[in-house]
Design a protein around this ligand. Structure first.
Ligand code: ADP
Ligand code: ASP
Ligand code: MG
Length: 409
Protein backbone atom coordinates (compact mmCIF):
# COMPACT_ATOMS: atom_id res chain seq x y z
CA UNK A 1 0.00 0.00 0.00
CA UNK A 2 1.32 3.42 -0.82
CA UNK A 3 1.74 6.11 1.79
CA UNK A 4 0.97 9.74 1.07
CA UNK A 5 1.74 12.75 3.26
CA UNK A 6 -0.38 15.81 2.52
CA UNK A 7 0.13 19.28 3.98
CA UNK A 8 -2.55 21.96 3.96
CA UNK A 9 -1.53 25.58 4.49
CA UNK A 10 -3.44 28.28 6.36
CA UNK A 11 -5.67 29.39 3.50
CA UNK A 12 -6.57 25.77 2.75
CA UNK A 13 -8.00 25.41 6.29
CA UNK A 14 -9.09 29.06 6.57
CA UNK A 15 -12.72 28.38 7.54
CA UNK A 16 -15.07 25.49 8.23
CA UNK A 17 -16.10 25.24 4.59
CA UNK A 18 -12.46 24.95 3.50
CA UNK A 19 -11.81 22.38 6.24
CA UNK A 20 -14.73 20.35 4.89
CA UNK A 21 -13.20 20.43 1.41
CA UNK A 22 -9.90 19.21 2.88
CA UNK A 23 -11.69 16.44 4.78
CA UNK A 24 -13.38 15.31 1.57
CA UNK A 25 -10.07 15.27 -0.25
CA UNK A 26 -8.54 13.21 2.57
CA UNK A 27 -11.33 10.63 2.39
CA UNK A 28 -11.07 10.48 -1.41
CA UNK A 29 -7.30 9.88 -1.12
CA UNK A 30 -7.89 7.09 1.38
CA UNK A 31 -10.54 5.57 -0.87
CA UNK A 32 -7.99 5.32 -3.68
CA UNK A 33 -6.12 2.91 -1.39
CA UNK A 34 -3.46 5.19 0.10
CA UNK A 35 -2.45 5.37 3.74
CA UNK A 36 -2.70 9.03 4.60
CA UNK A 37 -0.88 11.36 6.98
CA UNK A 38 -2.08 14.97 6.92
CA UNK A 39 -0.13 17.91 8.31
CA UNK A 40 -2.05 21.13 8.85
CA UNK A 41 -1.13 24.74 9.51
CA UNK A 42 -3.02 27.16 11.70
CA UNK A 43 -6.11 28.72 10.10
CA UNK A 44 -5.24 31.67 7.85
CA UNK A 45 -4.13 34.71 9.83
CA UNK A 46 -4.11 32.89 13.16
CA UNK A 47 -0.34 32.78 13.72
CA UNK A 48 -0.14 36.52 13.00
CA UNK A 49 -3.05 37.16 15.35
CA UNK A 50 -1.30 35.30 18.17
CA UNK A 51 1.97 37.15 17.53
CA UNK A 52 -0.01 40.39 17.63
CA UNK A 53 -1.51 39.57 21.02
CA UNK A 54 1.91 39.12 22.58
CA UNK A 55 3.06 42.25 20.77
CA UNK A 56 0.44 44.25 22.65
CA UNK A 57 2.13 43.25 25.90
CA UNK A 58 5.85 43.59 25.17
CA UNK A 59 8.45 43.86 22.41
CA UNK A 60 10.65 41.32 24.13
CA UNK A 61 8.59 38.29 25.17
CA UNK A 62 10.41 35.18 26.35
CA UNK A 63 10.94 32.99 23.26
CA UNK A 64 9.83 29.90 25.20
CA UNK A 65 6.45 31.44 25.94
CA UNK A 66 6.06 32.66 22.37
CA UNK A 67 6.37 29.07 21.16
CA UNK A 68 3.79 27.90 23.69
CA UNK A 69 1.53 30.65 22.31
CA UNK A 70 1.99 30.36 18.54
CA UNK A 71 1.87 26.57 18.51
CA UNK A 72 -1.78 26.70 19.63
CA UNK A 73 -2.99 27.73 16.16
CA UNK A 74 -2.23 24.29 14.78
CA UNK A 75 -3.95 22.53 17.68
CA UNK A 76 -7.22 24.17 16.66
CA UNK A 77 -6.97 23.14 13.02
CA UNK A 78 -5.95 19.51 13.60
CA UNK A 79 -8.88 18.95 15.92
CA UNK A 80 -11.36 20.67 13.58
CA UNK A 81 -10.16 18.56 10.67
CA UNK A 82 -10.42 15.33 12.70
CA UNK A 83 -13.93 16.27 13.83
CA UNK A 84 -14.94 17.03 10.24
CA UNK A 85 -13.61 13.75 8.87
CA UNK A 86 -15.40 11.87 11.65
CA UNK A 87 -18.62 13.80 10.93
CA UNK A 88 -18.34 12.69 7.31
CA UNK A 89 -18.17 9.07 8.48
CA UNK A 90 -14.40 8.62 8.24
CA UNK A 91 -11.78 7.61 10.80
CA UNK A 92 -9.26 10.18 11.92
CA UNK A 93 -7.00 10.95 14.87
CA UNK A 94 -5.14 14.17 15.56
CA UNK A 95 -1.69 14.47 17.14
CA UNK A 96 0.35 17.35 18.50
CA UNK A 97 4.09 17.40 17.77
CA UNK A 98 5.11 15.90 21.12
CA UNK A 99 2.52 13.12 20.79
CA UNK A 100 4.38 11.75 17.78
CA UNK A 101 7.85 12.41 19.17
CA UNK A 102 8.68 15.32 16.86
CA UNK A 103 12.00 16.04 18.61
CA UNK A 104 13.80 19.29 17.90
CA UNK A 105 16.71 21.28 19.31
CA UNK A 106 15.87 24.05 21.75
CA UNK A 107 16.17 27.10 19.49
CA UNK A 108 12.75 28.56 20.18
CA UNK A 109 11.13 30.13 17.14
CA UNK A 110 13.50 28.47 14.68
CA UNK A 111 14.00 24.97 16.02
CA UNK A 112 15.36 22.21 13.82
CA UNK A 113 13.86 18.75 13.70
CA UNK A 114 16.21 16.09 15.08
CA UNK A 115 14.09 12.94 14.95
CA UNK A 116 10.55 11.62 14.66
CA UNK A 117 9.17 8.56 16.42
CA UNK A 118 7.03 7.03 13.69
CA UNK A 119 5.50 4.24 15.82
CA UNK A 120 2.40 6.15 16.92
CA UNK A 121 1.70 7.22 13.36
CA UNK A 122 2.12 3.71 12.00
CA UNK A 123 -0.17 2.22 14.64
CA UNK A 124 -2.90 4.73 13.81
CA UNK A 125 -2.46 4.07 10.10
CA UNK A 126 -2.83 0.34 10.72
CA UNK A 127 -6.16 1.13 12.38
CA UNK A 128 -7.32 2.76 9.13
CA UNK A 129 -7.24 6.27 10.52
CA UNK A 130 -6.37 9.44 8.68
CA UNK A 131 -3.45 10.59 10.83
CA UNK A 132 -3.57 14.34 11.35
CA UNK A 133 -0.43 16.04 12.65
CA UNK A 134 0.04 19.60 13.86
CA UNK A 135 2.58 21.34 11.66
CA UNK A 136 5.21 23.86 12.76
CA UNK A 137 5.74 22.43 16.26
CA UNK A 138 7.97 20.03 18.11
CA UNK A 139 9.38 19.35 21.52
CA UNK A 140 12.94 19.64 22.83
CA UNK A 141 14.84 17.16 25.01
CA UNK A 142 13.39 18.76 28.16
CA UNK A 143 9.81 18.58 26.94
CA UNK A 144 9.49 22.27 26.05
CA UNK A 145 7.30 23.14 23.09
CA UNK A 146 9.26 24.54 20.15
CA UNK A 147 8.29 25.93 16.75
CA UNK A 148 10.10 25.65 13.45
CA UNK A 149 9.93 29.20 12.05
CA UNK A 150 7.39 30.76 9.69
CA UNK A 151 6.21 28.32 7.07
CA UNK A 152 7.41 25.47 9.29
CA UNK A 153 4.48 23.17 8.53
CA UNK A 154 6.09 22.45 5.16
CA UNK A 155 9.08 21.08 7.04
CA UNK A 156 6.94 19.01 9.40
CA UNK A 157 5.32 17.41 6.36
CA UNK A 158 8.46 16.61 4.41
CA UNK A 159 10.28 15.40 7.54
CA UNK A 160 7.38 13.04 8.29
CA UNK A 161 7.33 11.87 4.68
CA UNK A 162 11.07 11.14 4.98
CA UNK A 163 10.71 9.30 8.30
CA UNK A 164 7.78 7.22 7.04
CA UNK A 165 9.37 6.66 3.61
CA UNK A 166 6.23 8.04 1.98
CA UNK A 167 5.85 7.81 -1.77
CA UNK A 168 5.15 11.52 -2.09
CA UNK A 169 4.69 14.66 -0.01
CA UNK A 170 1.89 16.81 -1.40
CA UNK A 171 1.91 20.48 -0.36
CA UNK A 172 -1.57 21.98 -0.83
CA UNK A 173 -1.62 25.75 -0.94
CA UNK A 174 -3.37 28.77 -2.43
CA UNK A 175 -1.52 28.68 -5.78
CA UNK A 176 -1.51 25.73 -8.16
CA UNK A 177 2.24 25.23 -8.19
CA UNK A 178 5.68 26.78 -8.11
CA UNK A 179 5.97 29.70 -10.52
CA UNK A 180 8.89 31.38 -12.25
CA UNK A 181 8.38 34.15 -9.73
CA UNK A 182 5.78 35.04 -7.09
CA UNK A 183 2.53 35.19 -9.12
CA UNK A 184 1.14 37.77 -6.72
CA UNK A 185 3.99 40.12 -7.69
CA UNK A 186 4.27 39.37 -11.42
CA UNK A 187 1.11 38.59 -13.37
CA UNK A 188 3.13 37.06 -16.18
CA UNK A 189 4.69 34.38 -13.91
CA UNK A 190 4.53 30.90 -15.37
CA UNK A 191 4.00 27.57 -13.63
CA UNK A 192 7.07 25.32 -13.52
CA UNK A 193 6.29 21.66 -14.05
CA UNK A 194 9.51 20.18 -12.70
CA UNK A 195 12.18 21.89 -10.65
CA UNK A 196 15.41 20.47 -9.16
CA UNK A 197 15.76 20.34 -5.36
CA UNK A 198 18.83 22.52 -5.65
CA UNK A 199 16.98 25.21 -7.58
CA UNK A 200 14.04 25.17 -5.17
CA UNK A 201 16.43 25.31 -2.23
CA UNK A 202 18.01 28.48 -3.64
CA UNK A 203 14.68 30.08 -4.54
CA UNK A 204 13.31 29.34 -1.07
CA UNK A 205 16.36 30.68 0.73
CA UNK A 206 16.37 33.78 -1.49
CA UNK A 207 12.83 34.73 -0.53
CA UNK A 208 10.28 32.56 -2.38
CA UNK A 209 8.00 31.69 0.53
CA UNK A 210 6.13 28.93 -1.31
CA UNK A 211 8.19 26.31 0.58
CA UNK A 212 10.20 26.64 3.77
CA UNK A 213 13.92 26.11 3.05
CA UNK A 214 14.31 23.26 5.56
CA UNK A 215 11.50 21.30 3.90
CA UNK A 216 13.39 21.32 0.61
CA UNK A 217 16.56 20.21 2.42
CA UNK A 218 14.70 17.24 3.90
CA UNK A 219 13.27 16.40 0.48
CA UNK A 220 16.68 16.53 -1.12
CA UNK A 221 18.52 14.63 1.61
CA UNK A 222 15.96 11.83 1.86
CA UNK A 223 14.78 11.72 -1.75
CA UNK A 224 11.16 12.67 -1.04
CA UNK A 225 9.37 13.91 -4.18
CA UNK A 226 7.47 17.10 -3.27
CA UNK A 227 4.32 17.93 -5.22
CA UNK A 228 3.15 21.54 -4.72
CA UNK A 229 -0.47 21.99 -5.77
CA UNK A 230 -3.70 23.83 -5.15
CA UNK A 231 -6.25 22.74 -2.56
CA UNK A 232 -8.91 24.53 -4.62
CA UNK A 233 -8.65 22.36 -7.72
CA UNK A 234 -7.58 18.94 -8.98
CA UNK A 235 -5.00 20.00 -11.55
CA UNK A 236 -1.43 18.63 -11.33
CA UNK A 237 0.95 21.09 -9.65
CA UNK A 238 4.75 21.37 -9.68
CA UNK A 239 7.21 18.62 -8.80
CA UNK A 240 10.40 19.20 -6.83
CA UNK A 241 12.67 16.31 -7.79
CA UNK A 242 16.33 15.39 -8.37
CA UNK A 243 18.04 17.26 -11.15
CA UNK A 244 17.52 15.88 -14.65
CA UNK A 245 19.99 16.35 -17.50
CA UNK A 246 17.51 18.41 -19.53
CA UNK A 247 17.15 20.92 -16.69
CA UNK A 248 20.54 22.44 -17.52
CA UNK A 249 19.18 23.65 -20.84
CA UNK A 250 17.20 26.34 -19.07
CA UNK A 251 19.52 29.15 -17.97
CA UNK A 252 17.20 30.72 -15.42
CA UNK A 253 14.47 28.74 -13.68
CA UNK A 254 13.06 31.50 -11.55
CA UNK A 255 13.37 34.89 -9.88
CA UNK A 256 13.09 35.39 -6.12
CA UNK A 257 12.87 38.53 -4.07
CA UNK A 258 13.71 39.09 -0.43
CA UNK A 259 12.11 42.26 0.84
CA UNK A 260 13.36 41.77 4.37
CA UNK A 261 16.97 42.79 3.88
CA UNK A 262 18.85 45.61 5.58
CA UNK A 263 22.31 47.00 4.82
CA UNK A 264 25.00 48.17 7.22
CA UNK A 265 28.24 49.92 6.24
CA UNK A 266 31.09 50.24 8.68
CA UNK A 267 33.11 53.25 7.52
CA UNK A 268 36.79 53.97 7.88
CA UNK A 269 37.90 50.52 8.96
CA UNK A 270 41.72 50.07 9.19
CA UNK A 271 42.74 47.91 6.21
CA UNK A 272 44.93 45.38 8.02
CA UNK A 273 44.88 41.57 8.35
CA UNK A 274 42.29 40.20 10.76
CA UNK A 275 39.81 43.05 10.44
CA UNK A 276 37.10 41.07 8.66
CA UNK A 277 37.26 38.45 11.40
CA UNK A 278 36.96 41.18 14.04
CA UNK A 279 33.79 42.46 12.37
CA UNK A 280 32.05 39.22 11.55
CA UNK A 281 32.97 37.09 14.58
CA UNK A 282 30.86 39.08 17.06
CA UNK A 283 27.96 39.16 14.61
CA UNK A 284 28.12 35.39 14.18
CA UNK A 285 28.47 34.99 17.93
CA UNK A 286 25.14 36.78 18.35
CA UNK A 287 23.48 34.32 15.96
CA UNK A 288 23.15 36.88 13.17
CA UNK A 289 23.25 35.57 9.63
CA UNK A 290 25.30 37.94 7.52
CA UNK A 291 24.44 37.66 3.86
CA UNK A 292 26.10 39.66 1.06
CA UNK A 293 29.44 41.27 2.01
CA UNK A 294 31.54 43.78 0.09
CA UNK A 295 34.76 45.49 1.05
CA UNK A 296 35.77 48.62 -0.84
CA UNK A 297 39.22 49.34 -2.25
CA UNK A 298 41.19 50.95 0.56
CA UNK A 299 42.29 54.56 0.45
CA UNK A 300 44.90 55.88 2.85
CA UNK A 301 44.95 52.63 4.82
CA UNK A 302 41.23 52.61 5.60
CA UNK A 303 38.30 51.01 3.86
CA UNK A 304 34.51 50.54 4.11
CA UNK A 305 32.86 47.18 4.73
CA UNK A 306 29.20 46.76 3.78
CA UNK A 307 27.02 43.77 4.53
CA UNK A 308 23.37 42.79 4.61
CA UNK A 309 21.39 41.10 7.36
CA UNK A 310 17.77 40.17 7.76
CA UNK A 311 15.66 43.13 8.96
CA UNK A 312 14.68 41.17 12.05
CA UNK A 313 18.32 41.13 13.11
CA UNK A 314 18.87 44.76 12.19
CA UNK A 315 18.73 46.35 15.64
CA UNK A 316 21.07 43.84 17.21
CA UNK A 317 23.43 43.97 14.22
CA UNK A 318 23.51 47.75 14.43
CA UNK A 319 24.31 47.68 18.14
CA UNK A 320 27.13 45.18 17.63
CA UNK A 321 28.46 47.19 14.65
CA UNK A 322 28.61 50.28 16.85
CA UNK A 323 30.68 48.37 19.42
CA UNK A 324 32.98 47.19 16.60
CA UNK A 325 33.42 50.79 15.44
CA UNK A 326 34.51 51.78 18.93
CA UNK A 327 36.95 48.91 19.45
CA UNK A 328 38.55 49.43 16.03
CA UNK A 329 38.47 53.22 16.07
CA UNK A 330 36.57 53.16 12.78
CA UNK A 331 34.61 56.19 11.57
CA UNK A 332 31.04 55.02 12.10
CA UNK A 333 28.13 53.09 10.65
CA UNK A 334 25.56 53.84 7.96
CA UNK A 335 22.35 51.88 8.03
CA UNK A 336 19.87 51.42 5.19
CA UNK A 337 16.77 49.40 6.01
CA UNK A 338 15.11 50.05 2.67
CA UNK A 339 16.91 47.47 0.56
CA UNK A 340 15.82 44.25 -1.12
CA UNK A 341 17.64 41.36 -2.73
CA UNK A 342 16.53 40.15 -6.14
CA UNK A 343 17.95 36.85 -7.36
CA UNK A 344 18.02 34.69 -10.46
CA UNK A 345 18.31 30.92 -10.00
CA UNK A 346 18.94 28.08 -12.43
CA UNK A 347 21.14 24.97 -12.67
CA UNK A 348 21.64 25.98 -16.33
CA UNK A 349 23.94 28.81 -15.17
CA UNK A 350 26.65 26.19 -14.67
CA UNK A 351 26.90 25.60 -18.39
CA UNK A 352 25.79 28.94 -19.84
CA UNK A 353 28.01 32.02 -19.71
CA UNK A 354 26.74 35.58 -19.78
CA UNK A 355 23.73 35.31 -17.49
CA UNK A 356 25.10 37.89 -15.05
CA UNK A 357 26.01 40.34 -17.83
CA UNK A 358 22.53 40.04 -19.32
CA UNK A 359 20.92 40.59 -15.91
CA UNK A 360 23.02 43.71 -15.23
CA UNK A 361 22.21 45.07 -18.71
CA UNK A 362 18.49 44.60 -18.14
CA UNK A 363 18.61 46.36 -14.76
CA UNK A 364 20.70 49.20 -16.19
CA UNK A 365 18.27 49.71 -19.04
CA UNK A 366 15.49 50.06 -16.47
CA UNK A 367 17.65 52.60 -14.55
CA UNK A 368 17.79 50.35 -11.50
CA UNK A 369 20.93 50.88 -9.46
CA UNK A 370 22.66 47.73 -8.21
CA UNK A 371 24.11 48.32 -4.74
CA UNK A 372 25.72 44.93 -4.16
CA UNK A 373 26.18 41.73 -6.14
CA UNK A 374 26.78 38.16 -5.07
CA UNK A 375 26.94 35.05 -7.20
CA UNK A 376 27.32 31.32 -6.79
CA UNK A 377 27.27 28.42 -9.23
CA UNK A 378 23.51 28.52 -9.77
CA UNK A 379 22.41 31.98 -8.61
CA UNK A 380 23.01 35.69 -9.07
CA UNK A 381 21.75 38.14 -6.45
CA UNK A 382 21.57 41.93 -6.63
CA UNK A 383 20.82 44.20 -3.70
CA UNK A 384 18.68 47.13 -4.87
CA UNK A 385 16.59 49.84 -3.22
CA UNK A 386 13.37 48.39 -1.84
CA UNK A 387 11.35 50.73 -4.05
CA UNK A 388 12.97 49.22 -7.14
CA UNK A 389 12.46 45.59 -6.09
CA UNK A 390 9.24 44.66 -7.83
CA UNK A 391 10.29 46.48 -11.01
CA UNK A 392 13.61 44.59 -10.89
CA UNK A 393 11.75 41.29 -10.61
CA UNK A 394 9.58 42.15 -13.63
CA UNK A 395 12.53 43.36 -15.69
CA UNK A 396 14.62 40.22 -15.03
CA UNK A 397 11.62 37.97 -15.56
CA UNK A 398 11.06 39.53 -18.97
CA UNK A 399 14.76 39.67 -19.91
CA UNK A 400 15.10 35.91 -19.46
CA UNK A 401 11.80 35.19 -21.21
CA UNK A 402 10.33 33.42 -18.21
CA UNK A 403 6.79 34.67 -18.78
CA UNK A 404 3.72 32.64 -19.60
CA UNK A 405 3.86 33.86 -23.19
CA UNK A 406 7.16 32.01 -23.61
CA UNK A 407 6.93 28.24 -24.21
CA UNK A 408 10.54 27.28 -23.39
CA UNK A 409 10.64 27.37 -19.59
P1 ADP B 1 0.56 28.30 2.78
O1 ADP B 1 -0.20 29.09 3.80
O2 ADP B 1 -0.30 27.36 2.00
O3 ADP B 1 1.78 27.65 3.34
P2 ADP B 1 2.18 30.44 1.73
O4 ADP B 1 1.56 31.79 1.77
O5 ADP B 1 3.21 30.11 2.76
O6 ADP B 1 1.02 29.37 1.69
O7 ADP B 1 2.86 30.20 0.30
C1 ADP B 1 2.11 30.37 -0.89
C2 ADP B 1 2.43 31.75 -1.47
O8 ADP B 1 3.80 31.78 -1.87
C3 ADP B 1 1.69 32.08 -2.73
O9 ADP B 1 0.42 32.61 -2.47
C4 ADP B 1 2.60 33.06 -3.43
O10 ADP B 1 2.20 34.40 -3.25
C5 ADP B 1 3.95 32.88 -2.72
N1 ADP B 1 5.06 32.63 -3.63
C6 ADP B 1 6.28 33.22 -3.56
N2 ADP B 1 7.07 32.81 -4.55
C7 ADP B 1 6.37 31.92 -5.28
C8 ADP B 1 6.66 31.14 -6.43
N3 ADP B 1 7.85 31.19 -7.04
N4 ADP B 1 5.69 30.32 -6.92
C9 ADP B 1 4.48 30.26 -6.31
N5 ADP B 1 4.15 30.97 -5.21
C10 ADP B 1 5.07 31.80 -4.70
N1 ASP C 1 1.34 28.60 11.12
C1 ASP C 1 2.74 28.79 10.86
C2 ASP C 1 2.96 30.09 10.09
O1 ASP C 1 2.02 30.82 9.82
C3 ASP C 1 3.36 27.63 10.15
C4 ASP C 1 2.86 27.39 8.74
O2 ASP C 1 1.80 27.86 8.36
O3 ASP C 1 3.57 26.70 8.01
O4 ASP C 1 4.08 30.40 9.75
MG1 MG D 1 3.70 28.40 3.80
Amino acid sequence: MSLVVQKYGGTSVGDIERIRAVAERCLATQKKGHDLVVVVSAMAGETNRLLGLAGQITDTPEPREMDVLVSTGEQVSISLLAITIQALGGKARSFLGDQIGMRTDNLYGKARILSVDDNKVRTALEDGEVVIVAGFQGVDAEGNITTLGRGGSDTTAVALAAALKADVCEIYTDVDGIYTTDPSVCADAKKIERIAYEEMLELASLGAKILQVRSVEFGMNYGVPIHVRSSFEEREGSWVIPEEVSMEQVRVRGVACDLKAAKITIRGVPDIPGVAAKIFRPLAGAGINVDVIIQNVSEGGVTDVTFTVSREDMELAQRISQEIVETMAAEGTIVDEQVAKVSLVGVGMRSHAGVAAQAFDALAEASINIQMISTSEIKISCVVAEDDASKAVQVLHTAFELGSSNPTT
